[in-house]
Design a protein around this ligand. Structure first.
Ligand code: HAM
Length: 416
């Protein structure tokens, strides 16, 4: 019986690979422009990293984590996001002691047991950045600008940025009290999760996607009215710097995000063409997370893009097919010479392929399908004259050239 991949976990097939490479290369280029370095953390972590980091009242931790006990009895989880894992690594290796400002990016798979649909998978990939040890609104604005720059460099259409401030512990506490008060009257409209969370973590109710919960929070107090003076100034300065950088944004006082670690600036990017799962990126500032995870009292900000959603939005890529096929017909000497021709082409960075053990006809068919513009043909007659035939696979024209100079000729034809 055929074995299939697990629901919500996708194979990425060769046809799609140029898009994945384009997204990764563009991200690496942008991050380099802003002085970020790569950090790779393991896919599997102690479950505790995410319990402590993300908050045990969130959907991600409560419902969506792949957890199990390994053979040594350790409770482990497939990472549902990169932030907590990257910070665990930074703390463990004392990176902040060596250099108190860290600008890090990571690219890789994440795992969340969600209901799969278009744009939402159980294994998905994120491009993630974390920027540690810098405070102040300009750091936030520049970070948001970098996210916007990546989205536009990828050529996404209709990119929108929504921004909010979740305040600091003090002002958020006052907002939570007001929100709890407001939600007390709405009990019967809330889903079972929200009915419970309205007391423990009322911000989560603002993020709930259940229709009756959405209706219940209409007219709820707005965080903007509760920001303390310092948070209000910070927020306004972030917005002023975004204006100065020419980043278009909209304020959304309901944007609370699905993870519990955020303080002050939070944001999301959406793009046209994704349907209901339209967030391509999200992130924000987290002033206590590093300490919560056992590290120094250092603040941070970061964001992550969902790669599958980016890939869905890209136009078909034009494949780079610069290269040459080699077709050989004849005795063992011909076959061996073909092998050395392949080597010679590759030694000057020309992609080159042949198929072995197939008839001349089958080799020519494969050459035609290869997408390469040229094919080198070698037979016993050519060997006797120390020549090769170069065939243009697009217009079927042929030239015979000296074997000694064939690489140069192939190169000049490819560069034409
Ligand atoms: P997040 O909003 O949970 O944030 O995820 C970021 C992005 O990952 C989303 O905007 C979406 O594009 C993508 N994504 C999330 N879940 C799925 C899924 N099931 N299938 C496909 N794509 C998905 C975070 O993960 C934070 N760690 C971001 C961050 C970094 N905050 C600070 N630093």
């Amino acid at each position: 019986m055929e074995i299939k991949a697990i629901r919500g976990m996708n194979d990425i097939l060769p046809d799609d690979m140029p898009k994945w490479h384009f997204v990764e290369q563009t991200a690496r280029k942008i991050f380099r422009l802003y002085g970020f370095s790569e950090l790779r953390s393991p896919i599997l972590e102690r479950t505790e990293v995410f319990f402590r980091g993300i908050g045990d009242d969130t959907d991600v931790v409560e419902k969506q984590m792949y957890t199990f006990t390994d053979k040594s009895g350790t409770a482990v989880a497939l990472r549902p996001e990169a932030t907590a894992s990257v910070l665990r690594s930074v703390i463990e290796h004392g990176l902040l002691n060596r250099e108190p400002i860290q600008k890090l990016y990571s690219i890789g798979p994440m795992f969340r047991y969600e209901r799969p649909q278009k744009g939402r998978y159980r294994q998905f990939h994120q491009i993630n950045i974390e920027r540690l040890g810098e405070d102040g609104p300009l750091c936030d604005a520049e970070t948001l600008h970098m996210a916007y720059a990546l989205a536009t460099s990828l050529g996404l259409a209709g990119v929108r940025m929504e921004v909010n401030s979740l305040g600091c512990d003090d002002c958020r506490q006052q907002f939570k009290t007001a929100l709890k008060e407001f939600l007390r009257e709405k009990e019967e409209k809330l889903c079972t999760d929200c009915a419970r969370r309205k007391n423990t973590n009322p911000l989560r109710v603002l993020d709930c996607k259940v229709v009756s919960c959405k209706q219940a929070v209409e007219g709820a107090p707005s965080i903007e009215d509760f920001l303390c003076e310092a948070c209000r100034v910070h927020y306004h300065e972030v917005l002023a710097a975004l204006d100065a950088l020419g980043v278009p944004y909209e304020k959304n006082p309901r944007l609370v995000r699905g993870l519990d670690y955020y303080t002050r600036t939070t944001f999301e990017l959406t793009a046209e063409g994704l349907g209901s799962q339209n967030a391509v990126a999200g992130g924000g500032r987290y002033d206590h997370l590093i300490q919560t995870l056992g590290g120094p009292d250092v603040t941070g900000i970061g964001f992550a893009f969902g790669m599958e959603r980016l890939i869905m939005l890209l136009p078909e890529q034009v494949q780079d097919n610069r290269g040459c096929f080699v077709v050989a017909q004849g005795n063992a000497t011909v076959q061996l010479t073909a092998l050395t021709l392949l080597k010679a082409l590759r030694s000057v960075q020309i992609p080159a392929e042949a198929v072995f053990g197939k008839s001349f006809k089958a080799q020519m068919r494969k050459a035609g399908k290869s997408g390469y513009p040229l094919c080198v043909i070698l037979g016993e007659e050519e060997i006797a004259q120390s020549m090769v035939t170069i065939k243009n696979l697009q217009d079927s024209s042929q030239v015979q050239v000296d074997m000694a100079g064939f690489v140069e000729k192939v190169r000049s034809l490819l560069d034409k």
